[in-house]
Design a protein around this ligand. Structure first.
Ligand code: ZN
Length: 687
């Protein structure tokens, strides 16, 4: 009986307390059957009729929003074998339906007809964007190709996805294939306890033997936490060299060699662009982004580089000086820099996460965040526990009210880590998307999920500073989802926002963690009531800009290599990808590059993920968020009225309009001009 199945609900809030694994199969069956009907309806809609096309498509989205999204959500926050099995069992059918609707030629034809119809000019910006984006993504999926071109396109797509997964498997296997065993206590001197614990456990596990953190043996591996700690803390330069060389040449020879895959991937991407009519992959990628073209991205690189090169050299000098003062002989090698940089950091700014924790109780931080949002955006966040069914007792529910007291949105906050059945990391997800039409008004609801430290005994949940930043970050995404005023769902909230602009509100919110009154307003010792000492606040701020030129150079370097590989580089030409890598490293590094470096062979972001010709997005969004924060600095951070006025403008443009207009137009409306790199450079101490 469908009415008993909570996944078949069509309104209100999902019944998270009632959804069971055995609801999934019958619900998905019913949803797919109804969706097939609705898809047919849309496919036969009269040409040029917005409602006839969009109403059934919107109903499909709604069926999935209530019937399928909660399943994915619960997999992340309340995982169980039964739920996973139920999910896997229906996944192929869901994927198949998704492909079918995305690749529907009749739907594509109807979007094209809308664009060419007499009524086009009468459609508002949001609706025009929906049509334009739908046409573009269908065309980039090869829908307009015919005959041999289409066949070849499909072949290329399949090959690329195979090559992508081969690439990441090689990275994984090559990472696993190496280790360095240590049994001499002198070799692990200076390594932190957490590393010793992990390294002894790794040795014991792999050898089926006994090892203990104090006496060894220890096994160093190439996964992130292990190699990073080792290179930062191992005092023996020869051992560091051995590990560093292994790390930077992973997947570049032998059975897990990614070199030939890189070449094939680049060639196939170019061939795909030739079929679709794009000059190169960079042009294809940028067609879906806020950045206009490669020239705009290059301008950003040039500005960031010009401001960072000198600083990078100075930072290297400082590290060298410290090394020499402590007995290091000769020039620093690549495997020495990380070690001595860490000593410099300790000398200058060291504080431990544990020192800060007592000042950041979740309760206080939450209150501080909500108070800030009230000052900036005029919204009021109210606890509404009990108004919504939840999946775990620690989950809270909140409602957001607008300036005139009207309810505008709601959100769930699932704050603590539960390693047994909750995925790590932090994220914001849509639960319900805003929609206003003749059928009524649906208010947006967001999921905010973090993995903070749960309360222990009598003490409340105490957060690290990083966890505080993360909460602000995710809440920034949430604000864009919840404060949208767009009525059509595809471009409401974060829907339809270009990838390089999506991190703007989230990183913008992080900036407030470095604003003294905001931070000190919530950083109060949970036992003594003492406010975070200035000295600790200063250290937090100093740590933010520690070696910032070097960090900037490295990110710009990765982004430039990515762009260069995807705009006109010939994989069959005389120059190898590694030659190109060296060329760019020479221009962007304060140190002569190491010719043996093969980091491209592990650059999964661009060869196995979605970041090809898009790695620059990280920097692009940072530029935007820093520049947006500067609007508040310009207005005067201590001037309540000016802050409120600027905050309302941020709300009414970036948060409210979201994906309904081109992000550059929205940004210009907020800032009065296009973004500039100046604020990011200044915040990074590089102005
Ligand atoms: Zn984010």
């Amino acid at each position: 009986m469908s009415s008993d199945n909570p996944l078949l609900q069509r309104s209100g809030l999902p019944a998270f307390d009632r959804i069971q694994a055995d609801h999934v199969a019958p619900a998905v069956k019913a949803i797919l059957a109804e969706s097939e009907q609705l898809l047919k309806q849309a496919e036969s809609a009269p040409l040029g009729d917005w409602d006839a096309l969009m109403n059934p498509l919107g109903q499909i989205d709604l069926l999935f929003e209530y019937g399928w999204s909660p399943v994915g959500h619960l997999l992340g926050v309340a995982n169980s074998d039964a739920l996973r099995a139920a999910h896997e069992a229906v996944l192929p059918a869901i994927v198949q339906f998704g492909l079918k609707s995305k690749q529907s030629k009749p739907i594509y034809d109807r979007f094209c007809a809308l664009r060419n119809s007499k009524g086009w000019e009468a459609l508002d910006n949001a609706r025009q964007r929906i049509v334009t984006q739908a046409i573009q993504s269908a065309e980039q999926a090869g829908i307009a190709l015919e005959g041999a071109a289409q066949t070849r396109f499909n072949e290329i797509s399949q090959k690329l996805s195979q090559l992508g997964s081969d690439f990441s498997n090689n990275v994984l296997d090559a990472t696993k294939a190496w280790h360095l065993d240590l049994s001499n206590k002198a070799d692990v001197q200076g390594l932190p306890d957490s590393f010793l614990k992990q390294a002894a456990a790794a040795w014991a596990e792999d050898n089926d033997g006994k090892a203990n953190p104090q006496d060894g043996p220890w096994r160093v591996k190439l996964d992130g936490p292990s190699i990073t700690a080792f290179l930062q803390h191992c005092r023996n330069s020869d051992l560091r060299k051995e590990a560093y060389m292994a790390y930077t040449t992973r997947a570049s020879s032998g059975t897990h060699d990614n070199t030939p895959l890189i070449k094939s991937i680049l060639k196939l991407r170019q061939e795909m662009c030739d079929l679709l009519g794009y000059e190169n992959f960079a042009a294809l990628s940028l067609s879906q982004k806020m950045a206009d073209d490669t020239a705009a991205v290059q301008r950003m690189f040039d500005e960031l580089l010009a401001a960072s090169l000198e600083g990078g050299k100075r930072e290297l000098r400082e590290v060298s000086e410290l090394a020499h003062a402590n007995g290091h002989k000769g020039e620093l090698a690549h495997w020495d820099v990380g070690f001595w940089a860490e000593r410099l950091r300790e000398k200058r700014y060291a504080y431990t996460e544990e020192e800060l924790r007592p000042y950041f109780s979740l309760e206080r931080v939450q209150a501080g965040l909500f108070a800030l949002c009230h000052r900036l955006f005029g919204i009021t966040v109210k606890r509404a526990d009990g108004k919504a069914p939840v999946w775990h007792k620690d989950v809270s529910f909140f409602e957001i009210y607008g300036e005139s007291g009207q309810h505008v949105a709601s959100f769930y906050l699932d704050p603590y880590s539960r390693p047994a059945n909750k995925r790590g990391g932090a994220w914001m997800n849509s639960c319900i998307t805003r929609e206003v039409n003749s059928a009524g008004k649906r208010l947006p609801v967001a999921h905010l999920v973090c993995n903070g430290t749960p309360p222990v005994g009598d003490s409340p949940s105490l957060m690290t500073f990083r966890e505080v930043e993360t909460l602000f970050h995710e809440f920034g995404h949430g604000l864009q989802h919840m404060l949208t005023t767009v009525d059509v769902r595809d471009v409401a909230g974060i829907g339809g926002v270009e990838w390089d602009a999506v991190e703007l509100p989230s990183q913008f919110m992080e900036n407030w963690c470095y604003h003294r009154p905001t931070l000190l307003g919530m950083a109060v010792h949970y036992q003594t009531g003492e406010v975070l000492p200035d000295e600790l606040f200063d250290k937090i701020c100093a740590a933010r800009t520690f070696r910032s030129a070097s960090v900037m150079l490295r990110q710009v370097q990765f982004s430039m290599i990515d762009m260069a590989l995807h705009s006109g580089f010939d994989p069959d030409g005389p120059k190898s990808v590694f030659d190109l890598q060296m060329e760019i490293e020479k221009k962007t590094s304060p140190m002569p590059p190491m010719p043996e470096n093969r980091f491209l062979c592990t650059f999964s972001h661009i060869f196995a993920g979605g970041y090809a010709a898009g790695y620059y997005s990280y920097k692009w969004a940072e530029v935007l968020s820093a520049d947006a924060f500067e609007a508040f600095e310009d207005a005067g951070l201590d001037d309540e009225l000016a802050v409120a006025e600027t905050g309302r403008r941020f709300r009414d443009t970036i948060l409210s309009e979201g994906g309904s207009r081109h992000p550059m137009d929205v940004y210009r409306d907020f800032r009065g001009r296009e973004p500039s790199t100046k604020a990011l450079l200044r915040h990074s101490g590089l102005a």
